[in-house]
Each structure stands twice: as structure tokens, then as C-alpha cells.
Design a protein around this ligand. Sequence first.
Ligand SMILES: C[S@@+](CC[C@H](N)C(=O)[O-])C[C@H]1O[C@@H](n2cnc3c(N)ncnc32)[C@H](O)[C@@H]1O
Length: 289
Amino acid sequence: MYGGPFLSLDSKLKKLIIDTVGCLLRISVMAGDRKVIGTRNREIGNESLPDFTGEPYLTMLSRLHSGLRPKAYFEIGTETGKSLALARCASLAVDPKFKLGSGRLISNKPLCALYQVSSDDFFAVVDPTVVLTRRIDFAFLDGMHLCEFLLRDFLNTERFCCRNSVIALHDCLPLDLVMAERVWPSSDRQSLSRQGWWTGDVWRCALLLKRRRPDLGITALDAPPTGLVLITNLDPSSTFLRDHYASLVEEMHALSLSDLTLAGMHAELKVEPTSAFSRFEQIARRFWF
Ligand SMILES: C[S@@+](CC[C@H](N)C(=O)[O-])C[C@H]1O[C@@H](n2cnc3c(N)ncnc32)[C@H](O)[C@@H]1O
């Protein structure tokens, strides 16, 4: 049974972590989580959808930043910092292994805190609203590409949002079954144009939220390479996902892309073209901070 994000805070450790805002901190990945990686439900089949033709996910994230002007940005999974660089407000990023490039990462952000830990370890000891000094307006979840990790990242992030905050999920719309497997596929199993593409099975989490949290406002976009899902009408007080975590993980793992089909899964998530959100008025009709 998973218990990571709900551990009570050790006050000394909490103080130590909060004191390190702006510094890098390394804590090892929780041993319990390693067991589930790549052990269940490998999806094998030939179905393949054409590449998305919408605007890239970074373009869409950039448009949301400039159109909606969030005051507090939270990110899980940063790597080189391409998505973090788009934020102009107080920002907090979590990644167990940053590979920051030389780009304009800090730019004109008034605050930029980096925690070099897994997201589970982060939520076990840090309250992001203390670091950001306010609730999260905009979050981008792009960490470990396995459905149970994304479910935890979502339920933990939602607690620190407002109802109208937006949580963006990356890579939830795989285009073939190989990239959607739980283990990073070897290059000989990928087409030349999709070498290195790995969505993992986070699509399961997006579908679960669609089915089990009808209160959420979910918008799925055909943003290359593998989709962007924007979620609003959040409920920070909801304990449904936490209370039913174990059975929801079982439910996600029982989903099969071979049975659902990729096209069927995209249809259930009601994938929309990014062109429906190319102008500010179109974005503001559905999202506001
Ligand atoms: C696809 S990269 C993020 C890319 C970045 N968001 C962008 O758009 O350029 C995924 C990142 O997730 C990080 N990651 C893996 N497991 C994680 C975990 N348990 N918690 C937080 N981040 C994790 C990896 O270290 C990696 O840097």
C-alpha cells in the first residue's frame, strides 16, 4: 500500500527543506515505487495514429502563460528546463535529476525554487504554497511517465490549487502502442520518425480522471508530439482520489489500449485541435486565473 505523499511532517526536516529554497536537494527515489515500474500490462500491437498536426505543447504552454498570467507556477519533471523557462512568475520545479541547459531559465521570475527530489519525496515534506507564498495557479505535470505516479502527482498538486487553477498533463495521448508501454521501448521497435518517443501509460490516468472525476473540466489538445491535457474546475478539498488510491490504480492497470483502441481512447478524451485555442478570447472562455 502506498503511503508516501500522506506522511506526517517532521518539523525539523520540514524546516531544513524550506530553508533550502533556491538550492538543490537530492533524496533517493522511494524504494517502494521501483517495484511497479515495468512489471504489468505491457501493451503490444500494431495500431498507429498519424502525428498530431496542432501547435507544439511548448507553444501552447507559452500561450497559457502569456494569456492567463499565472502568479504561481509549479512543475514536476523539468529536465533541461524548456517548460520551466516559459514561466515568468514565482516558480517551483521538482525533478530528481535536473539537466539544466544554459537557457534563460530564471529570466524575470521573482522566485525560482528547484527541488532535486522525486515528486513523492517532495510532497512528503514540502508545502508548495509556503515556498510560493500563495496557492498554485498553473501546474505542469511531466515527471515519471507511469500512470500511478501521475495519479499521485495530480492528487497531491490539486490540494494546493484553487478551483480555477489549471493542471496540465503531458504525454497522455500516445500515437502508437509501442510508445505507450510501461518500459522505454528499444529503438528497433520504434519507427525512424518516432525514435526516443516514450509516453508510458500516463494515458490511463487521464482516462481515469475523465471517468471518475466528472466534476473536473478536462480539455485534451492535439499538441505534438503526444498531447496536452488541461484540467480545471479543481477541488482542493476532494479526498476521493486519495481515499480510493489502491482500487483506482487497479482500475487503471486493467485498462487495455488494445481493447479500447488508440482512436477510441482519444475519442473518449474528446481530443480538440489546438487551433481552437489560438486566440486569447478562446483561451479565456474556458480558463481564467
Ligand atoms: C520528459 S522530462 C521533462 C521535460 C520538461 N518538462 C520539458 O517540457 O522540457 C521528464 C523528467 O521527469 C523527471 N522525473 C522522473 N521521475 C520523476 C519523479 N518521480 N518525480 C519528479 N520528476 C521525475 C526526469 O528526471 C525527467 O527530467
